[in-house]
Design a protein around this ligand. Structure first.
Ligand code: 5GP
Length: 206
């Protein structure tokens, strides 16, 4: 499937700063929209239905998956998460750029469906720094941190399958790196031919 909009997929181990980075990127770029995923987990803190996630029961989630409502879905840390077709297909067809903030399993499924999707992996600068960041969150039990560190090793090993890697050592530098990737994608020949059609026509470019 090839659409005029760009599809960016951002994955990272928990604690690498993915959500904050994507939030900062979206604030800087009005042409980017994030897709709201479905999940079977319960809302945390101030999370709202339809804003952070569409919260559904495990049964509803499985029924949606069986109907083929998801482009991809995966079990992450014991809960189900999925990207629904509704919404993102429309946006891409209309030439809008969409960001998916999902785990590596979902990212690799998306790459199968949309080979032109741009896969970005966010790395922490070191294991020690990742552990520090997970501890700093404060609300997490030691066993949960140990589980996330174990999962992180599995997740980070998948970075080699991604198109781009951003190391989140200095937050602003990582945001700049993300912006640069998005910008470069929009300068590709096919994108420029769509967006600068007058110039291309004037120059007799195919
Ligand atoms: P959390 O529960 O902390 O919000 O998210 C846990 C993990 O699930 C994160 O890595 C997050 O990116 C991932 N995730 C969120 N939405 C989706 C989705 O739609 N599909 C997949 N595969 N992973 C998701």
């Amino acid at each position: 499937m090839e659409y005029p909009g760009n599809l960016f997929v951002v994955a990272a181990p928990s604690g690498a700063g993915k959500s904050s980075l994507v939030k900062a990127l979206l604030e800087l770029d009005a042409r980017l929209a994030v897709s709201v995923s479905h999940t079977s987990r319960a809302p945390r803190g101030q999370e709202q239905h339809g804003r952070e996630y569409w919260f559904v029961s495990p049964d509803e989630f499985r029924a949606m998956a069986a109907r083929g409502d998801f482009f991809e879905w995966a079990e992450v840390h014991g809960n189900l998460y999925g990207t629904s077709r509704a919404g993102i297909e429309d946006r891409l067809q209309h030439g809008e750029d969409v960001v998916l903030e999902i785990d590596y399993q979902g990212a690799l499924q998306i790459k199968q469906l949309f080979p032109y999707a741009v896969l970005i992996f966010i790395l922490p600068p070191s294991w020690d720094e990742l552990r520090l960041r997970l501890n700093r969150r404060g609300d997490t039990e030691p066993e949960v941190i140990a589980m996330r560190m174990n999962n992180a090793r599995i997740e980070v090993a998948q970075a080699q399958h991604f198109d781009f890697v951003v190391v989140n050592a200095v937050f602003d530098t990582a945001v700049f790196d993300l912006k640069t990737i998005v910008h470069a994608q929009r300068l590709k020949y096919a994108a420029q031919r769509r967006n600068r059609s007058a110039v291309f026509q004037a120059l007799d470019l195919p």
